[in-house]
Design a protein around this ligand. Structure first.
Ligand code: SF4
Length: 643
């Protein structure tokens, strides 16, 4: 269930739509049209804000990024494009590799590259571009080339889409931008950009990328000649593709800038009402796309701040630095842009979260008076948050995977959350334990070792470890060394963005949370014939439950905050107990699980702790401390902390 809130709408047509949204039912095309037709803008925005809170808590993401447009020379001349010129134009420019490198700095996390379709540049130049950036700036993730460019490379250099993407991926490409989508309408395409690829090729390229583990964004250019129905159709096509590949990270509605295109008069911009409604409707229609972006450079800071309460949860990044740098004074443009983003997000009452290209949180920037509580973004944690958010004041919710919560707890930024047991052990001086957490006696179904070998054959084998874990990796170590007497094994931390093709290089792979569930419910993956449930292994060995996470609150947190958290947990657990199919239905549906599977899964967990769970925690701590190679365990975990 997405929300238990009831709203009073000025437009009564929104009531049945809200009933669908709050229960996690997918909206239809007619619902989308009704949302656009409604004059109850606030009503539409409140619904979208509830969905965004369900997905991202109070977090609003931004990234330290830089946009590179290596050339404006393009072989096409799309009607709406105010950027491209012919090679012989006075405005034509071409950047060298050195020009590009000189624009980057090591503290960036993303470089976003798109350009005109250059008639002469050789294939090697593009490969060198990606490789050189990755070599000189290893921390900068390369997000490059729209589907239009990929298709152009494919035709020009006589390579398949897959070959083009494979070579770029090998050079260091991590993700793709979502440009070139415009509006997926043949009518609009024929009118405005008839030489450019249409929806079929655009999706073909993105689906190929997604299959290869290259995630991407998707844009929608609105506010020109498209109809509202065409906007909704665009969203529905994105939703269908996402059902198939789960490869889109964010949806970006882009307001059309008339400029000198001649399509509209120069100052005929979209209205703030249209911008806000489009963002809100996108959030409501695209139930399976994780993030909706308010591209602040185009929207203006004022509209973007409001958009963050209309369903957007991402502001892109510091791309607008040059513009801001104009009045920058002594502060570096990047710092200024970052501070500006943080203040816009604060102004909207949300929590700024600096992210990487994959939305892994790098830093949190709460206001001093705010407490940050983690929302574990796994299905097994849904019962904690059913009524949580409506019971908290001055508390901001951030979705943090176990290893990230551990890091932010150690850094003193996170106030409370379901800490992984292993992380709780490292912060127990500063945190107090509550009698809530995630424990299981028997199978957990979501802490799984997929293996090519039996336990007894894992000696000397390479085991890939998910980057999410803090406790399960130590549980695996204990099981290997203490239960199965195997000490000679190699753990290798996998990148968070690893995909299934990467798993095959290992002899066994430890997965947790939703990724483990997804793999288990889709029948595992090729080559790994054995699947061990680590909780079941522990429980049958110790005849005790296994505790994965324990709720803990900073000892120095205000009493009112501690009381609020306990009250919210009680309310949530009471509201969800006996209704797990409903509580986790929406979440499970996106994982491909039926409501009875969700109910069965959630029923396996114990969320309130008794003496049994406390005994189990003590037993785990004892086993963990007694491992002979505890040094090695810490060094691996330290590595994981950087995730
Ligand atoms: S392909 Fe891209 S850069 Fe070239 S004219 Fe069209 S929109 Fe502009």
């Amino acid at each position: 269930m997405i929300s238990s809130r009831t709203f009073t709408f000025r437009d009564k047509n929104l009531e049945p739509i809200w009933d669908k949204v709050r229960s996690g039912e997918r909206l239809s095309k007619e619902d989308g049209l009704a949302l656009f037709a409604s004059d109850d803008l606030i009503g539409v925005g409140r619904m979208a804000n509830e969905v965004a809170r369900y997905k991202s808590g109070d977090a609003v993401y931004f990234v330290l990024n830089r946009k590179l447009e290596p050339t404006n020379v393009c072989v096409l001349s799309c009607k709406f494009c105010d950027f491209a010129v012919r090679a012989d134009s006075e405005q034509a420019y071409e950047m060298t590799l050195d020009d590009m490198l000189s624009k980057l700095r090591p503290d960036l996390h993303e470089v976003h590259i798109t350009a005109g379709l250059h008639p002469k540049w050789p294939w090697e130049f593009y490969i060198d571009m990606v490789r050189e950036i990755k070599t000189q700036f290893p921390n900068v993730d390369v997000k490059a080339f729209t589907a239009v460019e990929i298709d152009y490379f494919s035709k020009k250099f006589k390579k398949s889409h897959e070959q083009v993407l494979r070579e770029l991926q090998q050079a260091g490409l991590r993700t793709m931008p979502g440009g070139g989508a415009e509006v997926f309408s043949e009518r609009v395409r024929k009118e405005l950009f008839k030489q450019k690829i249409g929806a079929r090729t655009w999706f073909e390229v993105h689906k190929t990328a997604h299959r290869m583990g290259i995630k991407s964004n998707v844009t929608m250019l609105y506010g020109h000649i498209e109809t509202i129905e065409e906007r909704i159709d665009h969203m529905l096509q994105v939703r269908d593709c996402q059902d198939e590949t789960n490869g889109f990270l964010s949806f970006i509605p882009l307001a059309f800038q008339p400029g000198n295109t001649g399509i509209k008069t120069r100052n005929d911009f979209t209205s703030a009402i249209d911008d806000l409604k489009t963002i809100a409707v996108s959030r409501l229609m695209l139930d399976n796309v994780p993030h909706i972006k308010a591209y602040w450079v185009m929207l203006t800071a004022e509209v973007a701040a409001v958009a963050l309460n209309f369903g957007a949860d991402d502001m892109d990044g510091t791309v607008g630095e040059e513009r801001i740098a104009h009045d920058a004074g002594a502060i570096s443009p990047m710092e200024l842009a970052k501070n500006k983003l943080i203040s816009i997000i604060h102004e909207s009452g949300k929590l700024p979260v600096e992210r990487d290209v994959w939305y892994n949180p790098i830093e949190l920037y709460p206001k001093k008076e705010w407490s940050v509580v983690s929302k574990m973004p796994y299905l097994n944690s849904v019962p904690f948050y059913q009524e949580f958010e409506s019971h908290l004041n001055d508390i901001k919710i951030a979705p943090l995977i176990p290893s990230a919560l551990g890091k932010f707890a150690r850094d003193g930024v996170a106030t409370a959350g379901p800490l992984s047991l292993r992380d709780f052990m490292t912060v127990s001086e500063d945190f107090e334990r509550l009698d809530y957490g995630i424990a299981v006696k028997g199978k957990a179904h979501s802490v799984l070792l997929f293996s090519k070998y039996d336990w007894s054959e894992l000696k000397g084998k390479r085991i890939g470890i998910t980057a999410d874990t803090s406790t399960s990796v130590e549980l695996l170590r204990i099981l290997l060394e203490k239960k199965h007497a195997i000490s000679d094994y190699k753990f290798e931390r996998m990148k968070r963005e690893s995909f299934r093709n990467d798993y095959t290089q290992y002899d066994a792979v430890l997965l947790i949370g939703d990724e483990a569930l997804r793999c288990a419910y889709s029948g595992g993956f090729a080559g790994f014939n054995l699947m061990y449930d680590l909780a079941e292994e522990w429980c049958s060995w110790k005849e005790l439950p296994f505790v994965f996470a324990v709720w803990a609150v900073r000892k120095d947190a205000p009493e009112a905050v501690k009381n609020d958290i306990v009250r919210a947990l009680e309310h949530s657990l009471k509201a969800s107990t006996g209704h797990y199919a409903e509580t986790g239905g929406e979440y499970g549906r996106l994982l491909g699980m039926s409501s009875s599977q969700v109910e069965h899964y959630l029923n396996t967990f114990r969320y309130r702790f008794s003496i049994d769970e406390h005994t189990a925690m003590a037993e785990f701590e004892m086993e963990y401390e007694s491992l002979k190679n505890v040094e090695r365990a810490f060094s691996l975990s330290a590595d994981l902390q950087s995730v």
